[in-house]
Design a protein around this ligand. Structure first.
Ligand SMILES: [Zn+2]
Length: 320
């Protein structure tokens, strides 16, 4: 049953996911893809029997019409494996309503290391005033301390994801086993669930440090970034502004960019008070990570974001 379900998912993915020549597909190895799938199921105690069993008819007779007439803006329910909520306890990937995935210029702002009881609400105000959304990679033990801030971020329409429970230093994080890293994510998800009622679909490792092999075993793509203004290092609003708007260390703001920042610094919040309206003026639409993943899929993996390292649905399908 479980295996059939998995196969079904995979067939669906193979039919509908015409994608990922570069970014997503390149990292996943065959063996690790299978391993990752197994671990994914085990990660959050709920084995996705229902979800998997839910779509048997469709996949038994794939509908060519569905692929022949793609309606990009209607792909609210994506086939990306990672974005399939394991149960109704999980947040849903955001729909692409209002976004033209092929023609809009899109950018995803991501903020790590919060919540902060003062600065996160200030950033949320800026996002709200500009009518845009971002993705927050939150630290579990801070979520426990400031659950209302995360609840508001989520209810405002932003996306929430995990960034470990204690935010270990790089060396400590790297030294953790797969189980140890998963435990950090699971504990963070427990805190997020307590705050919002729901668990999240993806993670960002502290410091971006997760060796590919481990990330594959974790079984969820570890969301990294394409632009790092190093706002943690340059705590000056003008510098952060310059680094985002004009590029830094090779990362530039462009269509499909995923920008990393930390709203726990006042300088960062101040910088975004200028950055957001200016990017809007330049015609950017602000999307969350789940939306960016769907857009990338629809565009055929053309985007240069760095999502690592778990297998995509396509890679998982190929490994079967
Ligand atoms: Zn961090």
């Amino acid at each position: 049953m479980k295996r059939t379900g998995k196969l079904i998912c995979i067939i669906l993915a193979a039919v509908l996911c015409v994608v990922c020549a570069c970014g997503c597909g390149m990292i996943a190895g065959e063996k690790t893809a299978a391993a990752a799938t197994t671990i994914t199921s085990g990660e959050d105690e709920v084995v996705p029997e229902e979800t998997q069993a839910a779509a048997p008819e469709q996949s038994a007779a794939p509908e060519p019409a569905a692929t022949a007439t793609p309606e990009p803006t209607q792909q609210a329910v994506t086939e990306i494996k990672q974005l399939q909520p394991k149960s109704d306890k999980f947040m849903q990937p955001k729909s692409l309503e209002g976004i033209d995935p092929l023609n809009d210029k899109v950018i995803a702002l991501t903020f790590d290391d919060g919540p902060n009881p003062v600065k996160t609400p200030e950033l949320l105000d800026i996002l709200e005033e500009n009518d845009v959304v971002a993705t927050f990679f939150v630290v579990g033990n801070l979520v426990e301390q400031f659950p209302d801030v995360v609840k508001r971020a989520y209810e405002d329409g932003n996306e929430i994801a995990t960034h470990s429970y204690t935010h270990p230093e790089a060396a400590e994080w790297k030294g953790l086993s797969v189980e140890g890293q998963l435990a950090q994510y699971t504990q963070a998800n427990d805190a997020i669930e307590a705050a919002t009622g729901l668990r999240t679909l993806f993670d960002r490792p502290p410091g971006g440090n997760t060796p590919e092999e481990k990330a594959e075993q974790i079984g969820r793509e570890q969301i990294l970034w394409s632009v790092d203004p190093e706002d943690w290092k340059y705590k000056d609003a003008d510098t952060v502004y310059e680094h985002v708007m004009n590029g830094w260390n090779g990362g530039v703001v462009q269509d499909g960019a995923v920008v990393l920042s930390h709203e726990i610094y006042q300088s960062t919040v101040d910088a975004y008070g200028r950055i957001i309206p200016e990017l809007k003026e330049k015609g950017y639409k602000f999307v969350t990570i789940s939306q960016m993943m769907q857009i990338a899929e629809i565009r055929g993996g053309e985007l240069t974001y760095l999502f690592r390292s778990a297998p995509t649905a396509k890679a998982a399908a190929e490994s079967e």
